[in-house]
Design a protein around this ligand. Structure first.
Ligand code: ADP
Ligand code: MG
Length: 440
């Protein structure tokens, strides 16, 4: 009898291991991802190869990180994938102060003379977290929507012009859109105000993306060889050319197929908040079908798309062996009657999915820091990364797993991670400030 139970458990364990094995990446797997990212970066930067590269390496026209001499009042709009914010940012000698959410234009400007209004025109930086072909700091054609957006009549249009026209329609004449900034760039700039070594921006929120300072001589898509320019990598699309097919699991394919952009943003769909919960849900469905979970009881709620949110991963992974109550509370919400063993197994699934996401993100970053180190001809390099995004900030293990893997993949780089506070909006205002400083 005891042997029968033990045998059954051992068989179940083996089946779970086999099911999760494709999600568990080895160091050589990750080194290969790093090498592929590096290859795609080169293709994206090259004049001849750029058009067909999956990582688009878009020039941002931001050539300097802040130097502390920026001054003035700036507006910032921040359109992410989930949040939209309006900020008034005041940059003074003492530092930066911000009022966020809703900004009311002060009566002296609102009710003053038109001349006053022209004099007090506020420069505005617009954080726009979607891939754009920038032609300059204030001209950016939307290449494609991502992260579930599909608003009509925008793709191919100049987003700055659209914003200016919208402002005109609303008769908001006291603002001047001077810069469109990707959220990665905004985050880098925001952290760069406090740390001059911050030359990389990273987002792990609804979606994922990164930017970094590249040598102009390596940017084949923009004239000129002097200095550096920040490159918005658009790394979410890494793998759209099939180069990551070997790591996609059956679960990733199911998730991809159910999105409004199948086959697109393949790397993003392994890493970011919009998708991790869905990957876990697909695994749980398979486990239920194989009678590895809930004693095989049929569960209809688990078949509802997006029912298993990415924030559940955070709660579940936070709970230790003694406190599995949170897991059971979540499961009860989903009308799932979970045993102790079920809870432990679900935590294992969440851990596998979030660990893989953090490791893949690290492989991408390793490609970036190693390229920067080589660019500068250094044996070792110290650099800081400004990070924004709720998944990175709130998941209990994501940042540790990311940093640990990055150390293994890029041992010659000493990388510091800085959390951006109100990052991308503040950064957009700083880009506007730098642009006004330069008299652009
Ligand atoms: P955006 O990407 O729109 O700028 P955020 O950075 O706030 O917005 O990211 C939102 C994403 O973060 C959501 O898609 C959600 O999946 C994820 N998220 C929200 N709460 C948590 C949490 N507690 N733990 C992990 N991920 C979370
Ligand atoms: Mg954001």
């Amino acid at each position: 009898m005891v042997t029968a139970v033990a045998l059954r458990l051992a068989a179940q364990r083996q089946e779970v291991n086999e099911l999760l094995a494709p999600l568990r990446l080895t160091l050589p797997d990750l080194e290969k991802v790093q090498a592929l990212m590096r290859q795609e970066m080169e293709r994206g930067l090259g004049k001849a190869t750029h058009a067909n590269a999956s990582v688009r390496m878009l020039p941002s026209y931001v050539c300097n990180t802040p130097d502390g001499t920026e001054r003035g009042d700036f507006l910032a709009l921040d359109l992410g994938g989930t949040n939209f914010r309006v900020l008034l940012v005041r940059v003074t000698e003492e530092g930066i102060s911000m009022a966020s959410e809703i900004y009311v234009i002060p009566p002296p400007i609102m009710q003053g003379t038109g001349e006053n209004m022209m004099l007090q025109m506020l420069p505005l930086g617009f954080t726009f977290s979607f891939p754009c072909q920038q032609v300059g700091l204030d001209k950016a054609l939307l290449l494609t929507w991502t992260k579930g957006f599909s608003a009509s009549d925008c793709v191919g249009k100049d987003v700055v012009l659209l914003l200016r026209q919208a402002a005109e329609r609303k008769q908001h004449t006291a603002l001047k859109v001077v810069a469109l900034v990707n959220d990665t760039v905004g985050t880098m700039m925001s952290c760069g105000y406090d740390d001059p070594k911050c030359e990389i921006g990273l987002i792990v929120g609804t979606g994922t993306n990164a930017c970094y300072m590249e040598e102009m001589k390596n940017v084949g898509t923009v004239e000129g060889d002097q200095g550096r320019m920040c490159i918005n990598m658009e790394w979410g699309a890494f793998g759209d050319n099939g180069c990551l097919d070997h790591i996609f699991t059956q679960f990733d394919k199911l998730v991809d197929e159910s999105t409004i952009n199948p086959g697109k943003q393949r790397f993003e769909k392994l890493v970011s908040g919009m998708y991790l919960g869905e990957i876990v849900r697909q695994i749980l469905l398979e486990m239920t079908q194989r009678q590895l979970l809930f004693q095989g009881r049929h569960c209809t709620t688990l078949q509802t798309k997006n029912i298993f949110q990415t924030k559940f991963l955070s709660t579940i992974e936070l709970s230790n062996g003694l406190a599995l109550r949170q897991i059971r509370a979540i499961l009860q919400e989903l009308e799932l009657d979970a045993s102790f063993e079920d809870s432990v197994l679900m935590r294992e699934v969440c851990q596998a999915v979030s660990l893989r996401a953090a490791q893949l993100c690290a492989a991408g970053l390793a490609a970036v820091v190693e390229k920067m180190r080589e660019n500068r001809g250094l044996d070792t390099m110290s650099v800081s990364v400004g990070v924004d995004g709720t998944l990175y900030k709130l998941h209990p293990c994501f940042s540790q797993n990311l940093q640990k893997t990055l150390k293994e993949l890029a041992p010659n780089c000493n990388v510091t991670f800085l959390l951006s506070e109100d990052g991308s909006g503040k950064g957009a205002a700083l880009v506007a400030a730098v642009a006004t400083r330069a008299g652009l």
